[in-house]
Design a protein around this ligand. Structure first.
Ligand SMILES: *Cc1c(COP(=O)(O)O)cnc(C)c1O
Length: 401
């Protein structure tokens, strides 16, 4: 892998006709250390956000030992990359063969579920040769919670409703060595209140079911910084989660888990693209909806951008992007703020593409090639510069704990 100081150096050296992905291992390592040191429990990396083996190794080296995997392919990938990692299969709908392979071949012991059918499937798929049931399962019941405070909903698809949770928790308790409750508040949660509200629902579920709970898993959703989306510091999220979980009716020895995807890898990648054509305030670039810009095209996500040219207009203008494929859907509305004289032949760096970006590139229409390099400079924005004081210094309620 080639190393460069920054994106401008990449353009000077390669003048690349294909998009170039920039990896920033130092940024991912810093995010991982932050969660390991400051989250008041265990942090599982949600692999789907970016399954690159190089990133998995960076996170492991920085102290992330547990990985939230969602498919048998992810199970195999992480097991092959990190033989000693602990894998948790947290997709609530799995095939029986995936469960069996995960349990018997790859040592997976933690599974999530949100129906009685899935519970029966897990029990059957992990049964011993002699017909007895597995005695070492950690089973997390996924509770449906609100996505109101997040930019991307994960509320509609998964999770048992509170009114139906008690019988499922009780049935799961019967077969689980450890019983957990998990949820996902939606991706890019913009306020710690999202977690506080979800944990209130967890409380109601525990009280209803009157079961002993060993694991509380607050899922992912921890935010990164994008244009127009400046979330509060992560310390505030951690403090609110700590407080709310400490007051749950669970045993002293129960564990608190989280499953950050975006927050651990958003800063890991950026991408250099070339402007092939300009039409009004629309720029035709060489990556798009089928490349690393899926979210920019399909959910209107705005990523930070930087023109890589020494002299440019000081006035900025709002631009939209067209990707390189032949269909109209390959369109990123933005607005992306760039110097007003941005034109064909220019190179642009698009930042914060580590989560649900670089990992989602396809080869559709013959595009999706290009190289990956390493960059030494800082990501365009960071939650982890460490310039934030410990909130316990200013928050008496937290400091009393
Ligand atoms: C996608 C997902 C995550 C990660 O979510 P982020 O918003 O990227 O932090 C965590 N847990 C589960 C179950 C998920 O599906």
């Amino acid at each position: 892998m080639h190393h460069f100081p920054d994106a401008s150096a990449v353009v000077r050296a390669l003048s690349p006709d294909e998009p170039v992905i920039l990896n920033r291992p130092h940024a991912a390592a810093r995010a991982a250390r932050f969660f390991v040191e400051k989250f008041p429990g265990k942090s599982l990396y949600a692999v789907k956000a970016n399954p690159s083996p190089a990133l998995l190794r960076v996170l492991w080296d920085a102290g992330i030992t547990h990985f939230d995997v969602a498919s048998i392919a992810e199970v195999r990938l992480v097991r092959a990359t990190l033989p000693a990692a602990v894998l948790c299969f947290m997709h609530p709908v799995k095939t029986a063969s995936a469960i069996t392979e995960a349990y018997k071949v790859h040592g997976v012991r933690t599974f999530s579920l949100d129906t009685h059918e899935e519970l029966e499937k897990i029990v059957a798929a992990t049964r011993n040769e002699d017909g007895t049931g597995a005695e070492d399962l950690s089973l997390c019941v996924r509770l449906r919670v609100s996505s109101d405070h997040s930019k991307l909903s994960l509320a509609a698809k998964f999770g048992v409703d509170l009114v139906d949770a008690a019988p499922l928790l009780q049935a799961t308790r019967q077969v689980a060595d450890a019983l957990g409750i998990c949820f996902h508040v939606g991706s890019q949660a913009m306020t710690p209140f999202a977690y506080v509200q979800a944990l209130e629902r967890v409380r109601a579920a525990i009280v209803d079911a009157a079961v002993t709970v060993d694991i509380i898993d607050v899922g992912g959703g921890f935010p990164s910084i994008y244009p127009g989306m400046e979330p509060p510091p992560l310390e505030d999220f951690f403090a609110a989660i700590h407080r709310a979980s400490e007051s749950l009716p669970i045993s002293y020895s129960s564990e608190l888990w989280c499953e950050p995807g975006r927050a651990l890898c958003a800063e890991y990648n950026s991408m250099v693209v070339k402007v092939e054509k300009r039409r009004g305030d629309e720029l035709y670039i060489n990556d798009g909806a089928y490349g690393a810009l899926f979210d920019a095209a399909h959910v209107g996500w705005v990523f930070p951008v930087k023109l890589l040219r020494d002299e440019a207009d000081t006035d900025e203008a709002e631009f939209s992007f067209f990707g390189p494929t032949c269909d109209d859907m390959d369109y990123m509305e933005g607005p992306f703020m760039l110097p007003a004289d941005t034109r064909a032949g220019d190179f642009i760096e698009i930042g914060m593409l580590g989560a649900y970006g670089a990992a989602m590139r396809t080869a559709f229409n013959g595009f999706g090639q290009g190289v990956t390099v390493e960059a030494a400079d800082e990501p365009m924005a960071s939650q982890y510069y460490g310039d934030r004081r410990d909130p316990r210094v200013t928050d008496n309620v937290v400091s009393l704990r």
